[in-house]
Every structure is written in C-alpha cells, then in structure tokens.
Design a protein around this ligand. Structure first.
Ligand code: AMP
Ligand code: GLY
Length: 417
C-alpha cells in the first residue's frame, strides 16, 4: 500500500517512522516532509495547507491512505475534499474538526453535555470584554476563538495583562479572523496531562497518556512554545483518574459529537487540568499532538496502519491495541531565539552518534542542503528515548542530546525530572 503523510514536523516524522514498520506499506510519501522524513519517505513539495494540491497528488499517485498531521488542513476540510474524490484519509471531517477550530463551539458542546471544563464567557465586543475584566478577579485566561498556531492563549496573572490580550486580539487583530471573538475563562490550577484517543465516530480508544513541556526554559519559566519536550506516561495520571476521564470526558465527548450529527473520526486530543475538583478540559484538538506523538507512538506495539483502517471502516471496537510498558522521554532541541525570532541554515552535527546511544532522533525544522542537514525552523529535533523507567529513558535521551551540535542550540535540562 502507498501512504501519504501530510505535514513536516517531529509529529509527522514519528508517524512516518511507525507507518514504515508496517509490513503492509510499500511506499511512503510526505508533503512537505523534512530532512529526517526523507530517509524513510519520498518528500513532495506541496504545502500541508494546499488541500486541493494534495488531493490532486493523491489521485495521480494512486495513494491508498492519507494521514494528516497538522490542524489547518483538517479545519479547512481536507477530509471532505479527499472523500469527495473517493480517496481514503484518516482524520475528522471539517464539521467535526471544529472542536479545535472554534473554541466557542468546543465550550458550548461541553456546557450542553455536562463535560467538565473551566467556566467561561464569550465576547465579540471589545468594550464588554474590557468591562468584564475590570469586574473580575485575576488570574484570567484569554483565548482567541479560532486557530492561532498555539499562540492564542494568554494566562493573565494581572488585570493589565488580560486587558492587553483582549486588545491585541480584538482590536489589533493579531490573529486575523481568529480573534473576532474571545473566550475569557476561569483560571484552573493543577497538573496537566494530554490524552490522545483513536475515535471511529462511535468508539473511543484512549492511548497511553503523555505530558508536554510548553515553557521555553527549565522549571517552567519563560514564554510558551510549541513544546520543548514530552514524557509518556505522566506518573500522576492514575488508573482511577484515567477511568473517570475516559467515561466522563472522552467517551462523553464522542457521544456528544455523534448526537450533534457530526461524528468524530480520527484522533481526539484532550488537554486536561487535574484540579482539586477533578479533571477538567483545557482544550480539544482534532489531531495527534506535537511533541506528544513523539513519546506516545514509539510505545505503541500494534501496527498503526491496522488501527487507522479500523477507524476509517468504523470497526475500532474489534481492534486490540497494545503498548509497551516502557517509559518515553523526548527532549526538543531548538534554535537560538526560539520561540522569538531565530536564524536558520545552521549545520547540524552528531545525529548518527545520538542514534548510536539508543535514541530516536525525530526531525522538525530541518532541511537538506548540499548533502548536509541544516536547521530550518524554531524547533529543530526531538530526541526520544525509551527505558524501563523514566529515569533510564531520560538518561539515554540526554546522553544522545550531548552528541548533537548546531550553532545556538538550546534545550531544557529538566524534561522528565
Ligand atoms: P490551550 O491551547 O487552550 O491548551 O492553552 C494552552 C495552555 O494554556 C494550556 O496548556 C495551559 O497551560 C494554559 N491554560 C489554558 N486554559 C487554561 C485555564 N483555564 N486555566 C489555566 N491554564 C490554562
Ligand atoms: N502539544 C500541544 C499540541 O499539539 O497542540
């Protein structure tokens, strides 16, 4: 079978790595891919957002299955486009991808079906939002309504920060249409955990849990990033909590979507805060997480292509999905300046030495130039290691990291600590 993986980050490299292990797969394409993916797949120069271009390529090449990494093509309807052309694709239809594409939709769904989440208010008028902030206690959480590349959330400790956030989103329009409305939410305290679940519209099968490290620097200091590392599992996500979440959040959400007439197929990403009043939803995404996928997928024993087909054909309930008992730690190596401005084009050395230490090196922002691997993004590599214990996984990961060098490389030293 021929498979196309859409996207070109660490998440997609991990997916390609896993799909390449399926005996049923003869050839993998990736659009646009990256320098690491290029070792396992043929990279084609089509942007992940170019839905029509991708569908045309899949038709021409006779692709049997397409797997989508990023949210933008899902929210703009890549699944509908492919299905209309009779092409098989893994992911939610546009109407269901709204669970990530519209924060207001997700919050209203949770409210209607009693799914635990932070209290919230929706504003489309700046003056009303400002008045509400003046009348509320801080901290407050301000969220742009639509997609904002992971940058649409401001956790405001002070009233001034909340005011600045609504102004820059609603008045200055820093996220364009995504900011015409804002959600202002109650601040939740606790530990965070991510649970990805395979969903076929009716059945949800949660994967092993994970946790990402969003802040740029050690001890959760500095600005938010796309993720500086991840671990799987999160030791504090106990079987009791997991049982509660599966029943009262994940399965309930899938059922809610079905009752709304928009069954969700694909991977449902649930970001949770484990508060003193129980687990509450921070956000839903309509796809695999990044970097979470880089620690979850290496622990999956079952053939991912078999699971994906079961999802597409609506027979996930018959599928048995197995995990290794090993722990996984992923350390992200970033360019100097990230998440702010950074330079590209720095030569990367030591990747093979890192792999000899027993780690998997997933590429994110990398490219090939004259046969050399160079940096091409803010997050450059994700170094993942497995171990019998988290400690062992951590040691292997950091040992491997010590082999890699590029100008300006920075990373967190406390992943899995
Ligand atoms: P989101 O993209 O909605 O997950 O938000 C990004 C990050 O902001 C989350 O991972 C949390 O760390 C934080 N966050 C979001 N909503 C809240 C909330 N209601 N209370 C506290 N922190 C939040
Ligand atoms: N790790 C956060 C995300 O994938 O959205």
């Amino acid at each position: 079978m021929k498979v196309l993986v859409v996207g070109g980050g660490g998440r997609e490299h991990a997916l390609v790595w896993k799909i390449a292990r399926s005996p049923r797969v003869k050839k993998i394409f990736s659009a646009p891919g990256n320098a690491g993916i290029a070792a396992l797949a043929e990279c084609v120069n089509i942007k992940a957002e170019d839905v029509k271009g991708l569908a045309g390529f899949a038709e021409k090449e006779g692709i049997d299955l397409t797997v989508v990494g990023p949210e933008v093509p899902l929210v703009t309807g890549i699944v509908d486009e492919f299905e209309n052309r009779g092409l098989r694709i893994f992911g939610p239809a546009k109407a269901a991808a709204k669970i990530e594409g519209s924060k207001v939709f997700a919050k209203e769904l949770m409210k209607k079906y009693g799914i635990p989440t932070a209290d919230y208010r929706v504003f489309d008028d700046l003056g009303e939002a400002v008045r509400y902030i003046h009348d509320s206690e801080t901290p407050l959480v301000v969220k742009a309504e639509g997609l904002a590349a992971g940058k649409g959330v401001v956790v405001a400790r002070e009233r001034q920060e909340a005011l600045a956030a609504v102004k820059s989103i609603m008045k200055d329009g820093i996220f364009g249409d995504s900011g015409r409305r804002v959600v202002i939410e109650e601040f939740l305290e606790g530990r965070e955990v991510t649970v990805l679940a395979f969903c076929d519209g009716v059945t949800a099968v949660p994967m092993e849990c994970s946790r990402d490290y969003k802040r740029a620097y050690d001890k959760d200091r500095g600005p938010n990033t796309g993720g500086m590392g991840a671990v799987s599992p999160a030791y504090y996500y106990t079987p009791d909590i997991s049982e509660y979440v599966n029943k009262n959040i994940i399965r309930k959400t899938l059922e809610a979507m079905r009752l709304e007439g928009i069954p969700f197929k694909g991977v449902l990403y649930t970001g949770l805060m484990l508060t003193s009043k129980g687990p509450k939803v921070l956000e839903f995404n309509c796809r695999f997480g990044d970097p979470e996928t880089q620690v979850v997928v290496p622990r999956l024993k079952t053939d991912l292509v078999d699971i994906i087909e079961a999802v597409i054909e609506g027979r996930l309930s018959e599928c048995s999905i197995n995990w290794t008992g090993e722990k996984a730690v992923c350390v992200v190596l970033a360019s100097a300046g990230y998440p702010g401005d950074y330079e590209k084009g720095k030569e990367i050395a030591g990747i093979e030495d890192a792999e000899r230490e027993g780690a998997m090196v997933f590429h994110a922002g990398t490219a090939l130039k004259h046969g050399k691997i160079i940096t091409a993004g803010g997050r450059v590599l994700g170094v993942t290691a497995l171990g019998r214990t988290e400690e062992e996984a951590r040691e292997t990961a950091y040992q491997a990291v010590s082999r890699i060098r590029f100008d300006g490389m920075h990373y967190r030293k406390d992943i899995g600590l």
